[in-house]
Design a protein around this ligand. Sequence first.
Ligand code: OXT
Ligand code: ADP
Ligand code: MG
Length: 590
Amino acid sequence: MAPEGANNSVNAGDSANVENLTDGFHLLIDALKLNGIETIYNVPGIPITDLGRYAQASGLRVLSFRHEQHAGYAASVAGFLTKKPGVCMTVSAPGFLNGLTALANATTNCWPMILISGSSEREIVDLMQGDYEEMDQLAIAKPLCKAAYRVLHAEDIGIAVARAVRSAVSGRPGGVYLDIPGALLGQVMDAVEGEKSLVKVIDPAPRQVPSQDAIARAIDVMKGAKKPLIIMGKGAAYDQSDDAIREFVEKSGYPYLPMSMAKGLLPDGHPQSAAAARSLVLKESDVVIMMGARLNWLLSHGKGKQWGEPHSKKFIQIDIDPKEMDSNVEIAAPLVGDVGSVVTALSEAMGNDWPKPPSDWTDAVSTKVKTNVERMSANLQNNASPMNYQGALGALRRVIDERPDAILVNEGANTLDFARSIINMHKPRKRVDVGTWGVMGIGMGSAIAAAVETGHPVLAVEGDSAFGFCGMEIETICRYKLPITVVIFNNNGIYRGDDENWSGGEDPATTTFVPDSRYDQMMEAFGGTGVHVTNPDELYRATAEAMDSGKPTLINAAIDPAAGKESGNIGSLNPQSVVAQARYGAMKKN
Ligand code: OXT
Ligand code: ADP
Ligand code: MG
């Protein structure tokens, strides 16, 4: 709480000239608006409740959530979709900590976000005298985000917001923490001086053009390729250089692999897409161009049996962060710069008669694609009840095929991994999912941001466990009347719903839920539409109707509890031991 004597109170006699004054509340709001911020995702409470009210009164859209983690996920996805920092506002200590998960996740995903948290006064925190919600938030935030700042004086708010905006979007985007002690908001100063203290950031995310030498080196490596491959990541989607990317990929004639949130940069099903030949192209390629994608765990760090013989490939890497080069394997041609500037320079250097890759390579890839696509499509045409993932996702694939502007939000394990390869994306930045960390609970915040920032209808395809991390936000969705359809794949548990308690005791297995829950009735409790479906035909009809209605809807899709695999496609990451295998191997399902 504000210590006595701070210059934060206006004497009764001064009220006559109060119109010549401004305060910390309004300097912060004006600084955010001056830098193009239009929306705040928050949870009210001491000391920011009035800040939210004043921001709303000043024309900012202020959405209040039920938990700060989801307000934070919304802010981070707003950053991914708009290239402007998404802003999340929280109370001190517990609210700050709830938001911190989202800030760290934004930083991991390289998405621009600013977490603004109220905090306790330095004088009390630094002596650890037990303030209300006392915590040294700045120190705790610093290791978990890209940059962190604290403001103590009203006249510094303008420069602080400018620093936060530039830090969030420049270079490799990321999360920034801005610490606002409660007393700062109540400080007053001369309005004219206050206006002068505000800073509008000039060119916060400058294009970073690659050197000609780097381009020449990369072209040289490309010229030697017999089995080239391009891997596009969410950094390429974020860059919003869609035409330049497509021109480069098509000019090269190279097969490409989109990582999950790069799907749609070129429409899935594009003749050069190798998504349905993933294992083949990773193993057999000889030159790999990484475009805004890291060689991290999602790509087995660029090594191991998935990648064929060790050192059998040359990597070209396009990344705005020079430190990403050589992170996992040697990069033969590092291209430091933003994706748009790099692919434009590459396309120019390739001239107008760039030779297509050898047909034995492209034919091998397209043959494998055709085989896998045919094998998968055979499984999608089923109307089985209880549903399996293929039948349910075959229905939702049609819904998205018919609504290419809709945004798909997706989380779970099987619900995620099957949807990624079954639901085709037709345009850039139309798929938002668990990102680099594989975080459960991103669904509702992401759906809210997608609806608010784009105005398009949103389809959130949620595992029932994943939904459990964020389900209370369906009240937020109903309160703001957002065009969001939530489809819950209810298989009664995490990964599957038929596990048993191996002790034979009364308690349910550790991965199962109440069987046959009716999540749709939760939605009805908040005035939304709830639907329960048991087969793909019903699922298709209910989802299409919901998407076209523009109304908050939750569809509870009963999925066969035995249909899933442990951890979906990444079961191999689970630790094993011969002892555990000997004791329990026979009891484990799938
Ligand atoms: O080439 P081959 O022949 O090999 O074939 C490949 C492709 O070519 C082919 N393919 C196609 N064929 C035909 N047509 C098309 N269109 C096509 N596309 C591809 O298919 C195969 C496979 O291709 P794919 O899928 O592209 O590639 P692959 O090998 O899978 O790629 C590897 C990866 C790693 C890139 C990919 O698997 C991936 O991106 N995985 C992401 C994994 C992930 O992040 N999962 C989420 C986390 S799992 C776990 O952590 C969970 N938790 C723990 C937890 C978490 N995460 N967070 C928090 C806060 N607390 C706890 C929990 C609790 S998941 C979870 C909940 C799970 O339960 P739910 O109820 O929510 O969900 P259900 O599982 O449904 O019950
Ligand atoms: P994915 O999970 O889709 O493979 P990653 O999150 O692993 O993608 O990689 C994203 C990479 O993109 C990061 O290394 C980041 O530095 C980079 N990046 C982010 N924005 C840009 C941009 N505008 N231009 C170039 N690289 C970018
Ligand atoms: Mg489940």
